[in-house]
Design a protein around this ligand. Structure first.
Ligand SMILES: [Zn+2]
Length: 209
């Protein structure tokens, strides 16, 4: 079920007060078009008449019944604790994740749409980041993100100057990481909403040197 709540906000650019809808939860299998809006970056943004795009930051539970995943978007400082979130009932065949912002949510959706395991990908991302850093020690890496809009999936490495370097992901590299770390991944995947990110991968690799 999707739960919309009405509210108002004042545009910081033109000062006009306007009505907005925020969603406590969004079921993208029932609410057609919502998934695409999230992927396009429009769902958690309000565009004012003056053209100003205002980011909407609030907690929202994303539910995809077809892909069988639930992703809880919990922006920092919004008062949700993982312990409270994890008091709900869980369906064994589902994937549960928690993310800190809508960018991370988009990343998760892209990975699950592609049919890959985000845990394997986080490990692979970290390996590629480490390798890149060794080759270019002067670069300060800001972000490594997953992109699958082209023919091949790739990782985009963003440095502090906003320069982007693309690195194609070979299916075989993904499968190799999956095989090598499957046991460790299973050990490190508890019950409930998991925060699978760079820190998670870093801890896993640290424990499995
Ligand atoms: Zn405005």
């Amino acid at each position: 079920m999707s739960k919309p709540v009405s509210g108002t906000l004042i545009c910081p650019q033109c000062g006009k007060e306007q009505d907005i809808t925020v969603w406590q939860s969004i079921n993208v299998s029932l609410q057609k078009g919502a998934k695409q809006q999230i992927l396009d970056g429009n769902f958690f943004t309000h565009t004012c008449e003056c053209g100003n795009r205002i980011p909407l930051v609030y907690p929202c539970l994303y539910h995809d019944m077809e892909k069988k995943n639930m992703i809880w978007l919990v922006p920092e400082g919004t008062g949700y604790a993982l312990g409270d979130i994890n008091k709900t009932t869980f369906i064994p065949s589902y994937i549960y994740r928690v993310v800190k912002n809508s960018f991370e949510l988009i990343q998760k959706i892209r990975i699950f749409e592609y049919g890959w395991d985000d845990r394997v990908l986080e490990i692979l991302k970290l390996m590629i980041e480490t390798d890149y850093q060794k080759r270019f020690p002067e670069k300060k890496i800001q972000e490594v993100c997953f992109n699958c809009t082209g023919k091949n999936p790739e990782l985009l490495i963003l440095d502090e100057n906003g320069t982007v370097m693309g690195s194609k992901i070979q299916e075989q590299s993904y499968l190799n990481v999956k095989t090598q770390y499957l046991e460790a991944i299973m050990r490190k995947s508890g019950r409930g909403y998991l925060q699978i990110d760079r820190d998670w991968a870093l801890a896993l690799l640290g424990e499995n040197q």
